[in-house]
Design a protein around this ligand. Structure first.
Ligand SMILES: O=C(CO)[C@H](O)[C@H](O)COP(=O)(O)O
Length: 233
């Protein structure tokens, strides 16, 4: 089998694309797993299996992919609901709480995913954790002029903040909104609901990557006995 993680991502992306029905307004998430879902939604449109769908992108990446795969796009100003959102995650706990923002898109993702009547998360099995924060830092989007006081406030919350730096770009990562991202290591996140609120209460923070009480379905790509499969919870 070629790269097993890639295979799991493809399978779970395909399974999510099957949940899209004709006429739906679809939130299009960000990341390598969702990219497969966008590709398969485009395939289904091309084959005529579904029609009359419109996408709401959560990032520049999602917008580019949707255009590439022929999915018509709209904006939140032109619609009053989203039927289903499909998005990836960096960690998923047993209560379906998430850490997102590995692609620095968590602010727009939270707007779109929380608006959806049904929010489907697509992950490979490596993203499942018993407790949030065990493998991934919490991404926080910060307006640039507030970076120093926000870093201090995040330390006061018990975190170890680190400014996210670009790869193949000198200097920090800049979000689609022109802001900075701070990744915060928390040794323990006993209460994700409380942490999400406390971080967002810091002046200068736009949004953080803790997503709570918003997921309907998690689709998990797995490899069992050498065969890829998709489990749902
Ligand atoms: O939150 C995200 C982007 O901000 C992504 O959904 C998350 O990082 C998962 O990405 P991938 O599917 O590439 O592992």
């Amino acid at each position: 089998m070629s790269d097993p993680v890639k295979v799991m991502k493809q399978e779970v992306g395909k399974a999510a694309a099957q949940r899209v029905e004709s006429g739906m307004i679809v939130g299009l998430g960000t990341g390598s797993t969702t990219a497969y879902a966008i590709e398969f939604i485009g395939d289904r449109l091309k084959k005529g299996e579904i029609s009359n769908i419109v996408g709401v992108p959560t990032s520049f990446q999602a917008e580019v992919l949707a255009k590439q795969y022929g999915i018509p796009l709209t904006t939140l100003d032109a619609i009053d609901h989203i039927d289903v959102a499909i998005d990836g995650a960096d960690e998923v706990d047993p209560q379906k709480n998430l850490i997102k923002g590995g692609g620095a898109a968590h602010t727009r993702e939270k707007v779109v995913d929380y608006l959806a009547k049904t929010f489907i998360v697509v992950v490979d099995e490596g993203k499942l954790v018993d407790k949030l924060g065990s493998t991934f830092k919490v991404p926080v989007e910060v307006i640039p002029m507030a970076i120093s006081p926000v870093m201090r406030a995040l330390e006061a919350l018990g975190g170890q903040p680190e400014l996210r730096m670009g790869i193949k770009k000198a200097g920090p990562v800049v979000t689609d909104q022109g802001n900075l991202v701070v990744d915060v290591k928390f040794n323990d996140i006993p209460n994700p609901v409380e942490l999400e609120q406390k971080i967002n209460n810091i002046p200068g923070v736009l949004e953080n990557g803790v997503f709570v009480n918003c997921v309907n379905t998690v689709l998990v790509g797995e490899i069992k006995d050498g065969q890829p499969s998709v489990r749902e919870f």
